[in-house]
Design a protein around this ligand. Structure first.
Ligand code: 4NP
Length: 164
């Protein structure tokens, strides 16, 4: 018996920030939420990581978790920060940075960007600038709005899978 399966390769997206406790976990949760709202969850594998090892093993920063909760966005509280590995470059289709310094860090870890996988999140929204970093400003609302804008635009850029 031949089983016809609609095998569509998932698009693997890795969001990156400096510590992987604020911006990139927010982006991970928000992108998953937007994909689910659009009925497209099964098209993506979404994760996040850090360029630094500063926060390795730490959970999402409480104010970042709080603003997600405030907007009804689920976040798996079990997940902890990790640093990006060179092999992530091969494993993911898109490596999405929150700021320009992250891009330099990703390139250092990956040894360049031969497949042009590394992108700045807000470029998708037509704004070549960094996501507001809430670490020193404590402004999680502006960071949330920037990330939401970028994730919306990123999802709109990715064509829906043909298996639907
Ligand atoms: P994130 O925020 O990169 O958005 O996770 C930061 C977390 C930690 C530090 C800086 C930013 N830090 O300097 O330890």
């Amino acid at each position: 018996m031949i089983i016809f399966a609609t095998m569509t390769k998932k698009k693997k997206i890795l969001f990156i920030c400096l510590g992987n406790i604020c911006r990139s976990p927010m982006a991970e949760a928000m992108m998953r939420h937007l994909a689910a709202e659009a009925g497209r969850s099964d098209e993506f594998e979404i994760a996040s990581a850090a360029v630094s090892e500063e926060e390795w093993g730490n959970p999402i920063y409480p104010p970042a978790a709080e603003i997600l909760r405030h907007h009804g966005i689920a976040y798996d509280g079990q997940r902890i920060a990790r640093q990006m590995k060179a092999s992530d470059y091969e494993n993911y289709d898109m490596i999405i940075a929150m700021d320009e310094a992250n891009i330099r860090g990703i390139q250092r870890i990956a040894g360049g960007d031969p497949e042009e996988k590394i992108h700045l999140l807000l470029d998708y929204a037509g704004e070549h600038r960094n996501v507001a970093d809430p670490w020193y400003t404590r402004d999680f609302k502006t960071a949330y709005e920037d990330i939401l804008k970028g994730c919306h635009a990123l999802l709109a850029t990715l064509p829906p899978s043909k298996s639907k």
